[in-house]
Design a binder for this molecule. Structure first.
Ligand SMILES: [Zn+2]
Length: 181
């Protein structure tokens, strides 16, 4: 899908400007389009190949395409071959997409209201950090891999209470959310 690839390139460039550079040496292959449910980023840690897949519906709905690509671009900053992402990373990916200025506010509001409960949980906790791009980029300078972020760096960069940092150390279940709109 040419359109998907071109758009992802633009999005990922912006994500790195706003949230800090991606870890080096990962090769992000052509965007895959398929499946009815959730989009997903997977990788091979040996070959450093990264695969981003978005749902079939993104062919018909351009805002859904942008939204899914923006979310997955956060996972592409430091790909890991596991589904149980940290609440911190999943909360960040959702917050980033739901506040992305390239998407109309009406769409973002609708997407927020329809957020699957699996994703809403880390998202709501993440919002309590009162995040900014600068704080996230600063944290990523200390720890580029979002999967390895320790509670102490969340406390340091967001001046977060211990309790909120601890909640963000939880991991996502293996089960996947339903369709993200
Ligand atoms: Zn995600």
């Amino acid at each position: 899908m040419r359109l998907h690839n071109r758009e992802f390139k633009t999005i990922f460039k912006r994500t790195q400007v706003e949230l800090g550079a991606a870890e080096p040496n990962w090769n992000i292959g052509p965007i895959k389009v398929g499946g009815d449910n959730y989009p997903e980023t997977t990788c091979n840690e040996a070959t450093k190949e990264v695969t981003v897949r978005v749902t079939e519906s993104t062919i018909k709905y351009p805002l859904q395409r942008s939204y899914q690509l923006i979310h997955e671009s956060v996972h592409c900053l430091s790909p890991r071959n596991k589904r149980e992402t940290l609440f911190f990373e999943e909360g960040l990916a959702n917050w980033y997409a739901l506040t992305h200025q390239s998407l109309p506010e009406s769409y973002r509001r609708e997407a927020e209201a329809l957020l699957d409960s699996l994703l809403a949980k880390p998202y709501k906790i993440f919002c309590q950090l009162r995040p900014t791009y600068a704080k996230i980029a600063a944290l990523r300078k200390d720890c580029p891999g979002l999967d390895e972020v320790p509670a102490r760096l969340i406390i340091k960069h967001f001046e977060a209470p211990d309790q909120i940092a601890d909640l963000l150390m939880e991991r996502m279940p293996e089960a996947r959310p339903k369709l993200m709109v």
